[in-house]
Design a protein around this ligand. Structure first.
Ligand code: AMP
Ligand code: MG
Length: 400
């Protein structure tokens, strides 16, 4: 089969994002309880049901005061706790003892912290001055009733769940998880529970992909291994196209028995690229057949894992209704010198340390080295046209 297109990392990434975004995927919507909603993608707009906070309230334990009275000695008029309101009104020369979260009494415009006052015989002495508004969170300072708090397409993490809970959503509408078919290919592949012969390997790729798919919000569907024969591969790819996305592992290199692309072509596939200038994972295929996207991920385990993270993950996220997909990249300082051959964007196993401020490459034996990847917590991302980095220089890092 003739090469379709060989792209740089940036071009390939942009291609995946634009192709999947263009396709009008409208995932099914389901309504679930809040306790099940973590990691799901919001399918509705969440609006503030009231002002946040609904009244001006204290952010400290202390005394509600009038800033104009300070410094000074004030009469303690009473007390207000979280969960109640102060019935009366405060006047000049007066203070009300107040707890964090309690509404500011009428007439008060600041709260002095309990640590900054002395109390004796029904009077409080405040030796300092305060700004009007100090230690009071004004009504609606976080959101006004009717404001949009969350837009559809947002992945629900713990803070989004807190927003939903605070605004009274015991149930929430989310997009159905996309079903992602995982199809390993290869005559040498055996089940995880089997003892492989010297020339066989256990099917680790579908297991790692299942974890990655689930982490991206998809629902992994593991298919039987496709042997490197035309008919078997054809039949299983057909099956895989019954799901929302098809991920193949292996069979996309230049070997005589790498038949995945041929089968897909015969099924009428459109190929957007079939080589990316990256390492690991150069022979990566992305295309569409019968309205379904597919990735032919290279079979070497590190290549499979890396190309999923860098390309296929975005497709799973977008097909799941997420409004955007970002690669979690940061910059960090190298802890040792480092050289590469130019021409490829490399994703090299690495360890972040010192709070992520420093990064060290993990020694590895190439794209079959699963243990090296298990020892890494990140990838160095090299620029293809640069030959060397010195200790202490900044380098891009993809979080694992
Ligand atoms: P391929 O891309 O088909 O040429 O596969 C390259 C290498 O990746 C093979 O020689 C295997 O060692 C390894 N490999 C392929 N498929 C899997 C799999 N499902 N699980 C683990 N290793 C695999
Ligand atoms: Mg193979």
């Amino acid at each position: 089969m003739a090469l379709v297109a060989s792209l740089t990392f940036e071009q390939a990434r942009a291609c995946v994002l634009s192709k999947v975004t263009e396709a009008p995927a409208s995932p099914r919507i389901e309504e679930i309880g809040l306790a099940e909603a973590a990691g799901r993608v919001l399918a509705e707009r969440v609006v503030a049901d009231r002002d946040y906070p609904p009244v001006a309230r204290s952010v400290r334990d202390g005394f509600a005061v009038r800033a104009a009275d300070l410094p000074g000695e004030l009469d303690i008029l009473g007390e207000v706790r979280a969960g109640e309101t102060f019935a009366g009104e405060m006047h000049a020369g007066q203070a009300v003892e107040i707890m964090t979260g309690a509404p500011a009494p009428r007439g008060a415009d600041a709260v002095v912290m309990v640590e900054h006052v002395t109390v004796a015989e029904g009077r409080v002495t405040v030796p300092r001055s305060l700004q009007s508004g100090e230690n009071i969170s004004p009504q609606a300072s976080q959101a006004r009733q009717g404001d949009v708090l969350l837009e559809p397409g947002r992945r629900l993490g713990f803070a989004e769940i807190a927003v939903l809970a605070a605004s009274g959503n015991a149930r929430v509408r989310v997009f159905a998880r996309p079903l992602v078919a995982l199809l390993a290919t290869g005559d040498e592949i055996v089940e995880v529970s089997q003892t492989p012969l010297d020339y066989q390997v256990r099917n680790s790729n579908v297991e790692s992909l299942a974890v990655q798919v689930a982490r991206a919000g998809g629902c992994p569907q593991i298919l039987p291994v496709a042997r490197d024969q035309y008919a078997a591969t054809h039949e299983l790819i057909e099956r895989g196209l019954g799901f929302d996305l098809l991920l193949l592992s292996g069979g996309v290199s230049a070997g005589k028995y790498d038949i995945v692309e041929r089968v897909l072509a015969d099924l009428g596939a459109e190929f957007f690229f079939d080589r990316v200038l990256i390492m690991p994972g150069q022979p990566l295929v992305f295309g569409k057949v019968r309205d379904k996207f597919f990735f032919g991920l290279p079979g070497n385990p590190v290549s499979t894992m890396v190309t999923f993270e860098v390309f296929a993950r975005a497709a799973v996220e977008l097909l799941g209704g997420q409004s955007e997909s970002e690669l979690p990249m940061v910059w960090s300082k190298l802890r040792r010198d480092f050289r590469q051959k130019t021409g490829l964007t490399r994703f090299l196993p690495a360890r972040l340390s010192n709070g992520g401020s420093e990064v060290t490459p993990v020694p590895w034996q190439g794209s079959g080295d699963i243990p090296a990847l298990a020892n890494a917590n990140a990838f160095l991302v090299t620029e293809p046209d640069r030959e060397s980095w010195a200790t202490g220089e900044w380098i891009r890092v993809l979080l694992k």
